[in-house]
Write a protein of this length. Structure first.
Ligand code: NI
Length: 184
């Protein structure tokens, strides 16, 4: 296990398409090691998710883990560790729902993004077994943010009101009271 270097905004890897993995590839020692490294890297930097392109691997793979009542986001909703291969997102409720998002690939910044408030994600888990999960509100945003990375999209592309794009310090000084919780 190892902590991997995270690609930052401007690195072409973040904009590349990713490819699906076969069940055999998912079970391979190389890919299982990559998963362990991504979990370590997510923990090291305090993220709630990490997508493979962020560690320079153009694969349809992401990890997500949200601690319940976690210190950083003050949100009482958790998501135990999930390893997500070949994800497909289906919108169940398109009503826009907004959060101040952050990203380990865009350090030091926050931006307000609205996304559909409820989605279903179909994917293969770490053992290459098919799974499906329904996520709402905060968790729906986390899933959509991470899975956007697999299509070369970043949250900064989805900020509709540029006055709500800020450094963390200015976010805390001027915007935190507007509501909407920051995520990474
Ligand atoms: Ni991100």
């Amino acid at each position: 296990m190892a902590i991997r270097k995270v690609a930052r905004l401007g690195h072409p890897m973040l904009r590349q398409p990713t490819r699906q993995l076969s069940k055999q590839e998912i079970k391979s020692p190389e890919v299982q090691r990559l998963v362990d490294d991504m979990i370590d890297t997510m923990h090291e930097y305090g993220g709630v998710g990490l997508a493979a392109p962020q560690v320079h691997e153009p694969l349809r793979l992401a990890v997500i883990e949200v601690e319940e009542l976690n210190e950083r986001y003050k949100i009482a909703v958790g998501q135990p560790l999930l390893v997500i291969f070949n994800a497909k997102v289906t919108v169940l409720d398109p009503t826009p729902y907004g959060f101040w998002e952050g990203c380990l690939s865009v350090p030091g910044l926050r931006g307000y993004v609205e996304r559909p408030r409820k989605v279903r994600v179909d994917f293969l888990d770490r053992g290459a077994e098919p799974r499906s999960i329904v996520a709402e509100d905060f968790l729906a945003t986390v899933f959509q943010h991470e899975l956007d990375h697999l299509d070369g999209a970043l949250y900064v592309d989805k900020i509709s009101d540029r006055s709500r794009f800020a450094f963390v310090e200015e976010y805390q000084r001027f915007h935190m009271q507007e509501g909407g919780v920051a995520i990474d």
